[in-house]
Design a protein around this ligand. Sequence first.
Ligand code: SF4
Ligand code: FE
Length: 481
Amino acid sequence: MPLMTSEQYEESLRDLNLLVYLFGERIGNPVDHPIIRPSMRALAKTYDLALRPEFEDIMTATSHITGKKINRFTHIHQSIEDLVKKSKMGRLLGRETGCCFQRCVGMDALNALSIVTYDIDAKNGTEYYQRFMKYLQYVQENDLTCDGAMTDPKGDRSLPPHKQEDPDLFVHVVEEKTDGIVVRGAKAHQTGAVNSHEIIVMPTMAMREDDAEYAVAFALPSDAEGIIYIMGRQSCDTRKLEPTTMDVGNQLFGGHEALVVLDNVFVPWERVFMYKEFEFAGQLVEKFASYHRQSYACKVGVGDVLIGAVQTAAEYNGVEKASHVKDKIIEMNHLNETLYCGCIACASEGHREPNGTYAVNSLLANVHKQNVTRFPYEIARLAQDVAGGLMVTMPSEQDLRSPETGKWIQKYLKANPNIPTEDRMRILRLIENITLGAGAVGYLTESMHGAGSPQAQRIMISRLVQMNLKQAAAKKISGIE
Ligand code: SF4
Ligand code: FE
């Protein structure tokens, strides 16, 4: 089944036996839970669009293993063009869903592992690449969604993994068996975890010899024994439990994050892709991080939705011709398209790695993500400025529907007489969702901390920038020998 339909995807999730907790209780069926279901729908879009002829070029690719048409989310980038299409795919899906569609992390993990498993073998004569390619083919042939799990809880940040009071604060190997390994620990903030068929676990940072047992990468079926999912909360999440839908803002879609606990989970050797090769942990983290920083093309698509909502709200209010409003919307577009420049540039400046995978330009990917930690906040500030305060003082949909209060809301919340009051309320709720409701997790906080917090990019920028080249240029021009 190289390309699943969204219905098949949904059914495939029902077949999983996941141990998921929300509000202190086990959820039997995450797919139908009102708080989780919107995130499943958003991820399902990655399947839907791949089957639409108009998006085929962006959403699908040709497998370099089998030559078959596959979803781009399971593809290993084989050219600069592939990398550019990946950025375009992120924007497209952000625009289609208005939220985090979650499937990028696994794609980025697969691509990073394709490079690093090959490099480990080249140095150590191991057989990780072959194992990995077999696993990749399984993922491609079944059109699976993989959760890429990198972030450990990390405990006391001043201490390395082996010096933590609790040794499980970083995922580590606790037992080696003839047929595999047993691992323990947790991964935090796992985007789309319970919408995934597979979990690909990677180390969270560069490791030294003392931390060798923590330098481990592997893949697990998401319902493997010993995996526990504890759902994260989102601002305004319980609006999804209300009898009416309008106040949610994003009517159909959302994201989710979960704390994923690995409680003595067995991993067979054929699913282990790094085992104590501590000297490669840093490279795996950097490759993954660069790919994932590129993936923040998604926020450009969400920005498209937000800008479209703000223009619409301005028109509904009758202020769209005011020069300051026009100028604020120009600024929002300028910032959003600047973000687009970054994710296209790091792809266009990509290069081929020894195994044939194309990697993005790390400096530009880090610059892009650094911009993403800032510009969406300014775009959101401008959106709230133009939208006006009604966005947060507006009564509920239930009040709009009520025979007692509905008429007052209809009368007093009307702006442009040609626009139904309800439409005005709907567009304001969407702006609320993206800039401070459940959607702000994806548009703002994920922009800040996802794929690494701002300081992580600044460190990479300082390391990757060619300062000697700049100094040489300055000295030459100023006549210094
Ligand atoms: Fe993909 Fe963006 Fe969500 Fe990360 S935040 S998983 S890049 S959609
Ligand atoms: Fe993210």
